[in-house]
Unconditional design. Structure first.
Length: 254
């Protein structure tokens, strides 16, 4: 039965899909679909507005309209079903040679640079510091051997493109996990990081994001996963500008 009550309304024009509202909603009433926040069902929204203060774009407001009454029993069932639902398999193109992202690989970062020749004569190539494969958050198993005792680098996938010395300044001696909080599944990210932080002896986390609103949810996702795992790990947030400059470094104590 519908009643007139307070309930959230999402402005799709303003919403950038950062996912912070979905993280803040304890009832799981909000999801991210097609890069936009959506209210899953009226009866999941309690109308208290915990998500309002989390939206950096002011895309959520409280309205009063005809809606199904808040149903805590339905919410509990919804959360249980979401917890039990198997993770969606990533859409991976399988080639004749087999997809390398389906195989864990331990790589050897290069310690020396080789000389190459360009139009202006010899130049020194930056050595790769990548130590493992895969690197996508969705594809890295929580029990991957390279996570044990690791210093994690969690990077928004645009950041390595914007920052020219990514390998030298950030990737060296770290295990990198890359993803996009706007286009990927935010609750799955939180669950994945909760599993990752249960791995023994993770020493530190650096979260590298761009100076854009859709990146702002990534540090919160990592911290929420850490809390869900019952762990406190030293963390630093680094913000990169579109022209490749470090704009902010924000440490978070363990």
């Amino acid at each position: 039965m519908k009643i007139k009550r307070k309930i959230i309304e999402i402005d799709e024009e303003r919403c950038d899909g950062c996912g912070q509202c979905a993280i803040a909603c304890a009832e799981g009433a909000i999801t991210i679909e097609g890069g936009k926040a959506r209210l899953i069902s009226d009866n999941y929204c309690d109308g208290l507005g915990a998500c309002l203060g989390e939206c950096p774009q002011d895309a959520i407001r409280m309205v009063e309209r005809e809606a199904e009454d808040f149903d805590p029993v339905a919410v509990e069932h919804h959360l249980e079903q979401r917890e039990l639902a198997p993770a969606k398999p990533p859409a991976v193109e399988v080639m004749a040679c087999g997809c390398p992202s389906s195989q864990i690989k331990i790589l050897q970062p290069r310690s020396t640079a080789g000389a190459t020749h360009g139009t202006q004569g010899p130049r020194v190539a930056t050595p790769s510091q990548l130590s493992h494969w895969p690197v996508q958050i969705r594809l890295v198993p929580a029990k991957a051997p390279f996570l044990k005792g690791a210093d994690l680098l969690v990077a928004a996938d645009c950041a390595p493109v914007a920052y020219p010395d990514f390998h030298r300044d950030f990737l060296k001696d770290k295990v990198v996990l890359i993803g996009c909080p706007k286009f990927d599944d935010v609750p799955q990210y939180v669950e994945k990081f909760a599993e990752i932080f249960k791995v023994p002896n993770i020493r530190s986390v650096t979260v590298l994001v761009m100076e854009v609103p859709c990146c702002s949810g990534l540090p919160m996702i990592v911290r929420k996963g850490m809390t869900a795992a019952g762990k406190q790990v030293p963390m630093e947030e680094v913000v990169i500008g579109p022209q490749g400059k470090v704009l902010k470094r924000q440490p978070y104590a363990a």
